[in-house]
Ligand binder design. Sequence first.
Ligand code: C2E
Ligand code: MG
Ligand code: MG
Ligand code: MG
Length: 296
Amino acid sequence: IAMYAAKRAGKGRLARWHAGMTPPNADDLRLRQPLTAAVTDRRIEFAYQPIVRLADGSVLGYEALARWSVAGQPISPARFIPVAQRAGLLGQLTEQVLDDATAQLSQWSRRLGHDRLRIGVNVPAMLMTDPALPALVARVVDRNRLQPAQLVIEITEDALVEDFEAARRVALLLRDVGARLCIDDFGKGYSSLVRLQQIPLQSLKIDKSFIQDIDREPEAERFAAALIALAGDLGLDVVAEGIERAPQAALLRRLGSTFGQGFLFARPKFAGQIDPRTNYADSGDCAAPRAEVPVD
Ligand code: C2E
Ligand code: MG
Ligand code: MG
Ligand code: MG
């Protein structure tokens, strides 16, 4: 990369990019400036998608998902999160999602009259090694008078790959605070099972690529079954991501996945469009709808 950069810089100019830095891609060039402004002005919004108990369609909690539009055109977080990362904006953005999600949960908890509803927040790998994260989590939980266990920190496997020792220390601190830790997109990454065993975890979210074809291909079904069994053997809750069709939900229920999330139940929506008392038994073809099920 150093050579590439020097070559591009031409005669008499210092290379702006050096080994260890990647050259800006088209999205960086196009989105970095407006994204910086949007994050600074707190114009990133957060949508919420329910995580449902497959047995009865009741809501376990919601996941907060960042939303950003430029000139009325929504830009997928899959595109702008990497840009935010390279622009050094992810710390700020994570503070904002933690703020928004905990304030929202506090409102819903008051409306429901109990504190069992959970909120999931995506925390990027880079912050999972930052000892400031547990303190920040404790602060937002406190400020909104939540039970710490209502907050679920979702991390992907890559958080456990680079500096595992640092990530493990942060995981232990999060446990001390009382927040839950969940592996997102499970099965898609490269972390080893040994590492999963070495950090305090409550749940695995099975990546949607494993769920996609389970009702159409026996091979896909066997794979999902194995992942669900593994999670169960490790004593972890399972959330199946990306459920779009009722037969998928039925199959997952049979395979032992307790929880599910996907367009079948609801798309991510802004809080104003959400009633936390909604039951999704009808959309999931559940046998016995019950609105209220005690957790823990
Ligand atoms: P994720 O954390 O795995 O979030 C789940 C993604 O799956 C969301 O995409 C959600 O809209 C989508 N999804 C839910 N149900 C279905 C379904 O039935 N079918 C399909 N095809 N997709 C479904 P979204 O909102 O576009 O977010 C993509 C990724 O961007 C997230 O994946 C997460 O990794 C990242 N992300 C989103 N918001 C944040 C955030 O606030 N902070 C960070 N660090 N990352 C975020
Ligand atoms: Mg997630
Ligand atoms: Mg996921
Ligand atoms: Mg994903």
